[in-house]
Design a protein around this ligand. Structure first.
Ligand code: NAP
Length: 286
């Protein structure tokens, strides 16, 4: 369990000025790609101020076509950046940072999106003077509707946190959080989109069991979940109130919710999230 601490939602900061703060992404898979595209869309004229690397640089050809610098040379990308976003898998981060250590220079900001890896561990892998910020975005960043938790390492201050806020504001909402709650945030919003997709999968399967075609089930479930998510986002009411409003006593929804409750769904979800939080903590130990 995490220690309680302060969490604050920040107002959306203005976008990042890429001319003043060029950004390199080390490990451009799905997450880095979403953020890089968000930055690009916010300032397409500054595309060449974004650098993206992965070993298979040919997979970045679409980003290169936008004017983004792409390649597999991490050191070269770090050399031209002020903000370095590390987005490789947590299992390989230490080797990757060790191979790039000499490319960093004091004053640069290392923003890690790695699940589970604490800022103190990251700070050990970069030279003194490099400021470390930790962030946990999520995949709705792909459509500019992500939510990202950020916290500063001991090496970073409000200025670096502000830069990271501006970076992630290009792909959605930004929340400032105490690092001790980062694994809990990871289990909630980092992994959270997959929980909804899982629900969509099982609802589609349930609809097919009821005799609907795959196409009809797909249309109904996507429309229902995206409509309900938009209502939840826009409504002043709590999820409980919104649910109560579509649950007449003795009605069809009430019958379905009774089955969820009898099966212990609340406890199962709580356990699943606790397991995700524990896994994030395990990743810190390799
Ligand atoms: N996906 C999510 O929902 C999510 C959410 C929040 C945070 N994260 C975090 O984001 C990080 C990346 O996740 P992801 O889902 O984007 O994974 P991913 O798609 O597998 O991306 C990782 C990328 O790292 C590249 N890579 C591996 N070794 C490299 C090296 N030595 N130098 C440069 N690039 C290298 C890989 O490409 P090559 O094999 O071509 O090198 C790959 O494209 C993880 O640490 C994860 O914890 C993910």
């Amino acid at each position: 369990m995490s220690t309680p601490s302060t969490t604050s939602a920040s107002p959306l900061p203005a976008g990042l000025d890429l001319n003043a703060h060029p950004v390199a992404f080390i490990g451009t898979g799905s997450m880095a790609r979403a953020i890089a595209l968000g930055l690009y869309r916010a300032s397409p004229a500054q595309a060449e101020r974004i650098a993206c690397t992965r070993r298979d640089a040919a997979a970045l050809v679409d980003l290169a076509a936008l004017g983004i610098r792409t390649g597999s040379d991490n050191q070269a990308a770090i050399a031209v950046a002020e903000i370095v976003v590390l987005a490789v898998k947590p299992q390989v981060y230490d080797d990757v940072l060790a191979s790039c250590r000499n490319a960093f220079r004091p004053g640069q900001v290392l923003v890690s999106v790695l699940a589970g890896i604490p800022t103190a561990a990251l700070e050990r892998h970069v030279p003194d003077g490099v400021r470390v910020v930790r962030a946990m975005p999520n995949t709705p960043a792909l459509i500019g509707q992500g939510v990202t938790g950020i916290c500063a390492g001991a090496s970073a201050g409000p200025e670096q946190l502000e830069l990271a806020s501006r970076l992630f504001a290009s792909v959605g909402e930004v929340i400032s959080i105490d690092e001790r709650q980062m694994d809990a945030l990871t289990a909630t919003s980092g992994s959270g989109p997959a929980y909804l997709f899982y629900l969509a999968e099982v609802m589609m399967a349930g609809a097919r069991e009821l005799g609907l075609t795959t196409e009809t089930a797909d249309t109904l479930v996507r429309g229902t979940l995206s409509g309900a998510a938009a209502l939840l986002a826009q409504s002043p009411y709590s999820p409980e109130t919104l649910r109560a409003r579509v649950t007449s006593p003795g009605g069809t929804t009430a019958r379905a919710i009774d089955v969820f409750d009898a099966a212990g769904l609340r406890l199962t979800v709580a356990r699943a999230m606790a397991a995700a939080e524990r896994r994030a903590a395990e990743l810190a130990h390799g």
